[in-house]
Write a protein that binds this ligand. Structure first.
Ligand SMILES: Cc1cc2nc3c(=O)[nH]c(=O)nc-3n(C[C@H](O)[C@H](O)[C@H](O)COP(=O)(O)OP(=O)(O)OC[C@H]3O[C@@H](n4cnc5c(N)ncnc54)[C@H](O)[C@@H]3O)c2cc1C
Length: 401
């Protein structure tokens, strides 16, 4: 008999999981998406995928590499299906610790047969972006092979590939309740009726806090605000704009404009301007940015990229990143039998989706627990630490100066 697997959420994580599950002949997979495929956080994403990346640490290099090879493999087979733009990435290093991290990333990139270099010569860096102010800068890493994807297009491509392998996808279908027998998940009540399942995967992104409450679990997942401006320079830039990374912000091209965002590593879960628990259904598709974000960006641009200060803001929006305290996903089993998490991908869900999907599919179908799932269980938060005022004690990771 086939294993019946339900997936809640048709973002990049839910569709990747559906695709990998569809590789198993014994899986009968059904995905529910209450809106349309890739319309949640995935639609608001920058979807940058940098081999020299400061947000998914080197411990997870194989996650970065597998994800990049997976998406570019799909793009190669079916050009245009992931919206990949190979712009390259320039990662600028303002301090030693960051420089060391970037140099390690370059070594890993080269060892994986991609190109990367570290430059200290300002002329070299200015060949990529002539307008950068390089005062006080130590150097920059350059990788010409990476860039960004279109996350919504990629999620739809993965959904199509999953459907071709027999997955049933219901769009416009909301999961309202779980059915439990003796504490085990046995099915879902949805806006299109009842479905029986052996296992349910929660891939509902920032909605996961709400979905988990349906089975009586409280997830340690915060929402951080990912605020975005699309800037139109007063005069055309006149050069190919790469992914540009600084420790506190990043940018990429958006047609002839610039998409600019605060880096997720610089968010503070204890700062109510950055993080909280909100209702993602109340988030508008565009608008809603805070004044602090413009102040933050003005300071950064003044220091690093003054030319962009007279650009006009032609679009803006806010997305909620689903962030656990260590800014890493929460994967695998929970205290509720049959309820599996694929949640908390925060600011890296595009990068992480292929590994999450591959490893969860293997876990569900073969009981194989990969090192990635073993590293990121929900149980790691059993003893969350707070200080005497109730603030979460600072998370591990790279310190952003
Ligand atoms: C501005 C911004 C920039 C980003 N930049 C990058 C980047 O450069 N690189 C990177 O890797 N990541 C980036 N991210 C993060 C990445 O986009 C997310 O981690 C990823 O999209 C999360 O995907 P998901 O599938 O978990 O969630 P979502 O895309 O939010 O999907 C969850 C889906 O579940 C559905 N759903 C919820 N509840 C129910 C229910 N009850 N029934 C049925 N369906 C339900 C929702 O409608 C939604 O479509 C960025 C995010 C933002 C906001």
């Amino acid at each position: 008999m086939k294993k019946r697997v339900g997936i809640i959420g048709g973002g990049i994580i839910g569709t990747a999981t559906a695709y990998f599950l569809s590789q198993y002949p014994d899986a009968e997979v059904t995905l529910f998406e209450k809106n349309s495929i890739g319309s949640g956080t995935t639609a608001k994403s920058a979807a940058t995928f940098c081999l020299i990346d400061d947000s998914v640490s080197h411990e997870f290099w194989s996650v970065r590499l597998f994800g990049f090879n997976f998406y570019t493999g799909i793009e190669k087979k079916n050009p245009g299906s992931t919206g990949f733009e190979k712009t390259g990435t320039l990662t600028v290093c303002p301090y030693r610790e960051y420089e060391m991290y970037v140099k390690q990333a370059i070594a890993l990139t080269l060892a994986s047969d991609y190109q990367a270099e570290y430059w200290t010569d300002p002329e070299k860096i200015h060949q990529i972006i002539p307008d950068l102010n390089l005062e006080g800068i130590l150097g920059a890493g350059w990788c010409p092979d990476d860039g960004f994807f279109d996350a919504t297009m990629t999620a739809n491509t993965l959904a199509k590939m999953a459907r071709e392998n027999g997955v049933t996808i219901y769009i416009g279908t909301k999961v309202n309740e779980f059915c439990l027998t003796n504490g085990k998940v046995t099915g879902l009540e949805t806006s299109k009726g009842h479905f029986d399942f052996d296992v349910v995967v929660d891939a509902s992104g920032p909605w996961a806090r709400h979905v988990a409450q349906l089975v009586g679990l409280s997830l340690p997942i915060w929402h951080t605000k990912a605020e975005v401006f699309i800037l139109e320079p007063t005069e055309k830039l006149g050069y190919n704009f790469p992914v540009l990374k600084y420790p506190r912000f990043y940018a990429r091209k958006d047609k002839s404009n610039v998409f600019i965002c605060k880096s997720h590593q610089s968010m503070d879960l204890n700062d109510p301007m950055h993080a909280g628990f909100w209702d993602p259904d109340l988030l508008p598709m565009t608008g809603g940015t805070d004044a602090y974000f413009w102040d933050f960006l003005t300071d950064e641009l003044m220091q690093h990229y003054p030319r962009l200060l007279d650009a006009s803001i032609v679009n803006e929006w806010v997305g909620y990143r689903a962030e656990p305290p260590d800014f890493l996903p929460v994967l695998g089993p929970t205290p509720v039998e049959g309820y599996i998490l694929a949640a908390g991908a925060g600011g890296n869900g595009v990068i992480e989706a292929p590994t999450i999907g591959r490893d969860l599919a293997a876990y569900i179908m073969t009981d194989d627990v990969s090192w990635y799932i073993a590293r990121l269980p929900l149980s790691r938060f059993e003893k969350l630490q707070y200080d005497e005022t109730g603030r979460l004690i600072s998370r591990p990771g790279i310190d952003i100066k």
